[in-house]
Design a protein around this ligand. Structure first.
Ligand code: BTN
Length: 246
């Protein structure tokens, strides 16, 4: 993975560039990286702040064989890869907030956006978008993000080598993706649970339809978050957001 790289100076969103390359037949592992995004996108139609030169804004083309409802597993796999790579390359211990935020001491350092193109329930390709506020300073964040976001540089006190971190992420992705293709989701799920800051905590679950409070207990075999509510029922949460209650 990451053997074919397109490096851009400025783009709207690397998600769109990677999607276009995938449509043109680009092989699995094709990576698009940009110094700046003018229309960076997050989950649920949110904007993703991607200023020039200090972050890692990149999108990876994957061509998984799994059916559509299992692509959530790839979001979790990508989170594990990034979390491990940040530890290896920058020595910073982060954890994962379901499904896809990488946090340092409760503040977001990385967001992951996995998008799939389908045809009759079959996945044609996926684009895994990774956005890391690698070397941003506090003043590089807009005011409204300063309480909830941080960077690897702010966490560790020194500028990190972005190229090296990207290479480490690709190496981790490759190992985990191979493990996933050979042994399925179970080993990935265990790794994710060990890195998760969500398990065992009281969370507020916010889905399109409702909102409830419970204790996050683990993942099911699809990658949905299991949350035990006040009636002692365990609910699998397939999509949505969680907020920590305490
Ligand atoms: C989220 O936190 O909701 C996900 C953020 C994903 C951001 C990355 S940056 C590279 C790629 N291009 C985008 O427009 N978004 C993803």
């Amino acid at each position: 993975l990451g053997k074919q790289v397109t490096l851009l100076d400025r783009t709207t969103s690397t998600q769109e560039d990677a999607r276009q390359l995938a449509e043109e037949g680009a092989p699995e592992g094709t990576l698009v990286i940009s110094e700046e995004q003018t229309g960076g996108r997050g989950r649920m139609g949110r904007r993703f702040h991607s200023p020039r030169g200090k972050g890692i804004w990149m999108s990876l083309v994957l061509r998984p064989k799994q059916p559509l409802h299992l692509t959530q597993q790839l979001t979790l796999l990508t989170g594990v890869a990034v979390c491990r790579a940040i530890m290896k390359s920058a020595g910073i211990k982060t954890d994962i907030k379901w499904p896809n935020d990488i946090l340092f001491q409760g503040k977001k350092v990385c967001g992951i956006l996995l998008e799939s193109a389908t045809e009759d329930e079959r996945v044609r390709y996926c684009v895994a978008g990774i956005g890391i506020s690698a070397n941003l300073k506090e003043t590089d964040f807009p005011e409204e993000l300063r309480d909830v976001a941080t960077s690897i540089r702010m966490a560790g006190g020194k500028t990190i080598n972005r190229t090296e971190l990207i290479q480490t992420i690709m190496a981790e992705m490759e190992v985990l993706y191979e493990l996933y293709n050979e042994q399925g989701f179970e080993p990935i799920s265990s790794l994710w649970e060990a890195l998760s800051g969500s398990i065992g905590r009281e969370v507020r679950v916010q889905t399109m339809r409702d909102s409830f409070i419970g204790i996050a207990t683990g993942l099911n075999k699809d990658g949905a978050l299991l949350v035990r509510n006040n009636e002692n029922e365990t609910i699998p949460v397939y999509s949505g957001d969680i907020l920590f209650n305490t």
